[in-house]
Design a protein around this ligand. Structure first.
Ligand code: ATR
Length: 279
């Protein structure tokens, strides 16, 4: 019996058990994937005893990603640079950590907007929190030419420039509409537009017709930003794709099989988010 889990605080809304449970069943693997609430003060003890408690690893979500990074051995150089982990695995008795958020984002874009070339592209990222860091890093690693980061607190966008170099261009939050005509990809990494949060205020009038628009928010599945973009004919990629694609490598590390993100899986999770969802 191979065990994994997702830890966070709170964790009750996580869809990861549904995703990994689907794959476990599909492959007939004798394994489990639980949802475990872990308070921040208890994170060191939890990770320390992970292997003793019979876990092959775990996913790590908010607010633990940075603290977990400091508690485990980074498994690779990109993770070391990022300073945050979302996937932990035990190997040769060692607790290692990696981050699959970036590849989840990129693979979701590749699947959802195959015509988009990231290399040399001009991207606008809204927000500069943890998700923006992982996404900006992934975009730059994939050759994006320029990543304009618009954030309410400009110092956080400035920190991204210091961290990743001059391909990152900080932009005042109030100027977020002004550079849309030049961009090929617009990404919302803020929580604005999420169910229960304020809406994201943005005017897409100047957005280039072929620009791809994506959102990390996946509740609702189609945010107002995505609906507005789709209504004017822009290609859109929903946030659920990133959630599904970031789960692939963790499953492979723990259970030894690389799973696929299928339409069946997508629809299963989409229906959990929105019971009225139709393919
Ligand atoms: P995460 O690590 O998940 O990305 P976060 O660090 O709290 O979460 O980041 C949330 C992002 O949403 C930030 O960029 C935040 O802007 P600030 O850095 O200025 O706080 C942005 N955000 C949240 N509420 C916002 C609002 N009402 N208007 C503009 N930006 C907002």
């Amino acid at each position: 019996m191979i065990k994994s889990c997702v830890i966070g605080w709170p964790i009750s809304h996580s869809r990861s058990p549904l995703i990994h449970g689907y794959w476990l069943k599909k492959f007939g693997i004798e394994g489990s994937y639980e949802r475990i609430p872990v308070e921040p003060e208890k994170l060191p003890a939890f990770l320390h005893s992970l292997a003793d408690n019979g876990f092959a690893g775990c996913n790590v979500t908010l607010p633990h990603k940075e603290q977990a990074f400091r508690l485990v051995t980074p498994a690779d150089e990109p993770t070391e640079r990022l300073g945050a982990v979302n996937t932990v695995f035990v190997k040769d008795g060692k607790v290692l950590g990696t981050n699959t958020d970036g590849e989840g984002f990129i693979n979701s874009l590749r699947a959802g907007a195959p015509a988009l070339g990231i290399r040399n592209s001009r991207v606008i990222v809204l927000g500069a929190g943890g998700a923006a860091v992982a996404i900006t890093n992934a975009l730059l690693l994939n050759g994006a030419g320029e990543v304009v980061v618009a954030n309410r607190s400009i110092d956080k966008a400035e920190n991204l420039r210091k961290r990743f170099g001059n391909r990152v261009k900080p932009l005042e939050w109030t100027k977020r509409n002004d550079q849309l005509s030049e961009c090929e990809l617009l990404v919302n990494t803020t929580s604005l537009g999420m169910k229960g949060q304020e809406d994201l205020q943005i005017d897409l009038t100047m957005l280039a017709p072929k620009a791809v628009v994506t959102d990390i928010v996946y509740v609702p599945l189609r945010t107002k930003l995505l609906a507005a973009a789709a209504a004017r004919g822009n290609p859109v990629v929903e946030g659920l794709g990133m959630l599904l694609h970031q789960a692939v490598r963790g499953f492979e590390l723990w259970f030894g099989v690389r799973p696929a993100v299928t339409i069946e899986l997508h629809d299963l999770i989409a229906r959990d988010i929105d019971p009225g969802y139709k393919t």
